[in-house]
Design a protein around this ligand. Structure first.
Ligand code: MN
Length: 254
């Protein structure tokens, strides 16, 4: 199994290295990741400028390609032939913070896995539910082991077309993880606040601030699973059609 590892936090992020080291136990790993942080950048295809990929060396000596495009660009470039050997599965992460509910549309971690699905490859996004006010280095060991386990199982079963997995791991030791829950997207509660300030020239600028989002820990959802110390695996599909609403709209008589 030839695994592409990417992320949205940048190629030197510790979550990527932890993921790479664990995935090497189960397959051949190639790394193509952004050269800087693209968190909350959504699904991007860079068409208006050239893209570059530069060889870099990670702290453990691993060779990686640092690309100046978005996470989804990294996946697209790779599936279109950037590497000499084609990759067979894409794992993105490990993001330091959970990607839950509507986060999936913002998340560079998840949209990298969406790009894999567009390229007809299995895509897995992995995020860690780190505590909001954590300081110091995060422990990615549990999330990395979970990621390798999920990747192995996905490799055995494959994924249906246009489908990807959004995996979120609680911040605890492997012993404390209660198990795996197959979930649906829960309801994120965003607490964004528009901050308006003035620059040194007296012109206004705006910055989205406010507290980190919370969520409704409803049973069966990603947020609910994490709140009970389960790994959440949400299968996502690229078809965003509101199928249940189509019939009602037919009666609107356009
Ligand atoms: Mn990120």
């Amino acid at each position: 199994m030839h695994i592409l590892v990417t992320n949205d936090d940048g190629v030197f992020a510790p979550g990527l290295l932890a993921l790479v080291q664990e995935l090497r136990q189960i397959g051949k790993v190639s790394i193509v990741a952004p050269d800087h942080n693209w968190s909350a950048s959504g699904h991007v295809k860079t068409l208006s400028r050239p893209l570059r990929a530069k060889e870099v060396v990670l702290p453990d000596g691993s060779k990686a390609l640092a690309c100046d495009g978005a996470p989804s660009d990294c996946v697209a470039l790779t599936t279109m032939g950037l590497l000499s050997e084609p990759v067979e599965i894409v794992v993105s992460g490990i993001n330091p913070n959970a990607n839950l509910g509507h986060d999936v549309t913002y998340s560079g971690t998840v949209t990298a896995a969406m790009e894999a699905a567009i390229s007809n490859l299995p895509g897995i996004a992995v995020s860690l539910d780190a505590p909001e006010y954590h300081t110091g280095p995060l422990d990615y060991s549990t999330a990395a082991k979970v990621a390798a386990h999920v990747t192995q199982i996905v490799w055995e079963h494959k994924l249906p077309n246009n489908t990807l997995l959004n995996v979120n791991v609680p911040y605890c030791s492997m012993d404390e993880v209660k198990g795996y829950r197959i979930t649906r997207q829960g309801l994120r509660v965003y607490r964004d606040v528009l901050i308006k300030r003035e620059d040194p020239r007296g012109r206004p600028y705006y910055w989205i601030g406010g507290d980190a989002p919370t969520g409704v820990p409803e049973e069966g959802t990603d947020i609910g699973a994490l709140s009970q110390c389960y790994v959440s695996i949400t299968p996502l599909i690229l078809d965003l059609t509101a199928h249940g609403f189509r019939e009602e709209m037919e009666s609107w008589k356009f």
